[in-house]
Design a protein around this ligand. Structure first.
Ligand code: AMP
Length: 491
C-alpha cells in the first residue's frame, strides 16, 4: 500500500502530515502528488471530501521550499470560487505548512484592501483568491503576476456555474506560459474539458469516484410529507428528535427566504440552530460556521450556494427540507456527511410535488432510495381545503391561468403546475442573489458604473459571486449627491 513517504514529499511536509494524523494518502493524493512534484500539469477529477485540497497543497509546499517571495510578486496562485473555500485552503496551508515559514495571502471580498495590500507588500509565497478580488488588486496596479510558478484552478465546474471563466482567462493571460497548472473539477462535462485543454499542457489526468456517486458510508432515506411548509416543519422536527445518534446536522432549503423562515421556526421550538445564506455579511457567516464547527450550535440551516464545498468534518446528519431541483445538488448536499470514511445519515423530505426531482436524483445516483416510513401513497389524501388553497394561489398569479393541468399518474396529483412554480421561484431567488451581489460589489467599491470603462463594466455585469457581501441598507454607500446638500432650515 502506498504511504505518504512513497510520494516524494519533503521531510517538513511529511512530519506535518503525520501530526495531522493522516497515515494513508487518499486516491487523488496518491495519483496527483508524484506528477505534481515533477512539475507536470494535473487534471484532477475529484469532489470535495476526497482529500483533494491536500493533493495540491502538499506538493506546493514541497516545491516552495526552494526560493523566496519578492514584494508584490506572488510565487503561486490558487483560484477558488467562494470566499469560504478560499479560507479553507488557507487553513490547509497553515496545517500542513506549520514547519515552513511561508507568507500566505488570502485575497477575498468583504475584507479591507489595505490589510491585503500589506501582505502583498511583504511578498506572498502563496496567494489564495476569488477571481474578482484578484482582478481588483491587479487593476489597482498592486500586483505583478509574472513571478507565478504554479497556478491552481480549483472547483472549475463551479467557476463555470458562477460565470467566472472569463475572469480566469484574463488572470491566466497575466501569468507566464511556462507555469505549472493544477486543475481540479468535480465533474468533467465537455465545456470543462475544453477549458482544461486550453489551460493545461500534457496533463496527468487523475479521476477518483465518479461524479454522480454518493458515499457508501451514508445511509439515505426518504420521508413522505404533505406539502405545506408547516407540515414539513413538523415532519422535520419529529425526524430530528428521533435521531439518537445525531451529533450535528446541516438542513438544506432551496431558497434563502425559506432558510430564514425555517431557522426562526426551529429556534422558536427550542432547537440549537444557526443559519447560513448568501445575504449574510461575511463576519456573520464566519462566526456562524465557527460556531457550528465548534459544536456551539447543533443544527445549521443552509442554502446550496452558501454550503456547497464547505469542509465541515464530522457532520452526522444531512436533512433535505426541500428536495433540490437540480439532481447534482443532492450529491453535493449528501456529501456534507459521511466524509473521510465516517458514517452519516441523510434524510430527504419528499412531497407529492417532488416526484419529478426525485426521479432525476435516483437516475443520477443510479439507485432507488428507501422510504423511511412508507412512500407518498401512505399519506392521507389532500383535503378539499388543500386543493382550494392551491387553486386560490394559482388565481393570484395570472401566469397560472393558462398553465398545463397535466396529472402525474403515479400519485393522482396535479404536480406539473406546482413544479413549474417552484422552479420559477428558485430561479427568481437566484437571480435576485446575483442582482444583490452586483449592487453590493459596486457599492462596496464606491464606484459608480463608468460607461467609458467597458471592460470593467462588462465584468461587473456578469459578476456572479453568489457569496459576495452584505445586502445594502437604504442607498448603501451610493447616496445620491442631492441628498447630501445642506439645507439652511432658517431660510
Ligand atoms: P477535501 O477533499 O480536501 O475537502 O478533504 C476532505 C477531508 O479529508 C478534510 O477534512 C481533510 O482534512 C481530510 N483528509 C485529507 N487527506 C486525508 C487523508 N490522507 N486521510 C484522511 N483524511 C484526510
Amino acid at each position: 500500500m502506498t504511504t505518504f513517504a512513497d510520494l516524494g514529499l519533503s521531510q517538513k511536509v511529511l512530519s506535518a502530515v503525520t501530526d495531522a494524523g493522516y497515515t494513508t494518502p487518499t486516491p487523488i493524493q496518491a495519483g496527483a502528488i508524484p506528477p505534481a512534484l515533477m512539475r507536470r500539469d494535473i487534471c484532477g477529477i475529484a469532489q470535495t471530501g476526497t482529500g483533494k485540497t491536500a493533493s495540491f497543497v502538499l506538493p506546493m509546499l514541497t516545491l516552495l521550499e526552494k526560493g523566496r517571495a519578492r514584494a508584490r510578486m506572488p510565487r503561486t496562485l490558487i483560484l477558488e470560487p467562494t470566499r469560504e473555500l478560499a479560507a479553507q485552503v488557507a487553513e490547509n496551508f497553515e496545517k500542513y505548512g506549520k514547519n515552513h515559514k511561508l507568507n500566505i495571502a488570502l485575497l477575498i471580498g468583504g475584507v479591507s484592501f489595505d490589510e491585503q495590500d500589506r501582505k502583498l507588500e511583504r511578498g506572498a509565497d502563496v496567494l489564495i483568491c476569488t477571481p474578482g478580488r484578484l482582478l481588483d488588486h491587479c487593476e489597482r496596479g498592486k500586483l505583478l503576476m509574472t513571478g507565478v510558478e504554479i497556478l491552481v484552478i480549483d472547483e472549475a465546474d463551479r467557476m463555470l456555474d458562477m460565470g467566472f471563466i472569463p475572469d480566469i482567462e484574463r488572470i491566466a493571460k497575466l501569468i507566464p506560459f511556462t507555469r505549472q497548472t493544477l486543475f481540479f473539477s468535480a465533474t468533467m462535462p465537455p465545456e470543462i474539458q475544453k477549458l482544461a485543454d486550453r489551460f493545461l499542457q500534457n496533463p496527468e489526468r487523475i479521476e477518483v469516484a465518479p461524479p454522480s456517486s454518493t458515499a457508501k458510508t451514508v445511509t439515505q432515506r426518504l420521508v413522505a410529507s404533505n406539502s405545506k411548509d408547516w407540515d414539513k416543519r413538523a415532519v422535520l422536527r419529529d425526524l430530528i428528535k428521533e435521531q439518537t445518534d445525531l451529533k450535528n446536522a446541516i438542513i438544506f432549503c432551496n431558497r434563502k427566504k425559506d432558510v430564514a423562515e425555517l431557522f426562526r421556526s426551529l429556534d422558536r421550538h427550542g432547537f440549537s440552530v444557526g443559519a447560513l445564506h448568501g445575504d449574510m455579511d461575511q463576519r456573520s457567516r464566519t462566526t456562524m460556521l465557527a460556531n457550528f464547527k465548534d459544536n456551539n450550535i447543533t443544527l445549521l440551516v443552509a442554502s446550496d450556494v452558501a454550503a456547497r464545498g464547505l469542509d465541515i468534518p464530522d457532520v452526522s446528519h444531512v436533512f433535505n427540507f426541500d428536495l433540490p431541483i437540480h439532481a447534482e445538488d443532492y450529491v453535493h448536499r449528501i456529501g456534507r456527511t459521511g466524509r473521510a470514511g465516517r458514517s452519516g445519515s441523510a434524510f430527504s423530505i419528499v412531497t407529492r410535488h417532488d416526484t419529478k426531482f426525485l426521479d432525476a436524483i435516483e437516475k443520477l445516483i443510479g439507485q432507488k432510495i428507501e422510504w423511511l416510513n412508507g412512500d407518498l401513497s401512505t399519506l392521507p389524501a389532500p383535503t378539499e381545503n388543500d386543493r382550494e388553497e392551491r387553486r386560490g394561489r394559482g388565481k393570484d398569479r395570472g401566469r397560472n391561468k393558462n398553465a398545463s393541468h397535466k396529472t402525474d399518474t403515479r400519485n393522482g396529483q396535479n404536480t406539473t403546475e406546482e413544479t413549474a412554480d417552484r422552479m420559477e421561484q428558485v430561479k427568481q431567488d437566484r437571480r435576485s442573489d446575483k442582482r444583490t451581489q452586483n449592487n453590493n460589489r459596486d457599492q462596496r467599491h464606491n464606484t459608480a458604473p463608468n460607461p467609458a470603462n467597458d471592460d470593467n463594466q462588462r465584468r461587473r455585469n456578469r459578476y456572479h459571486d453568489y457569496d459576495d457581501g452584505p445586502t445594502p441598507v437604504g442607498f448603501g454607500d451610493d447616496i445620491p449627491a442631492f441628498m447630501l446638500i445642506t439645507v439652511n432650515s432658517k431660510g
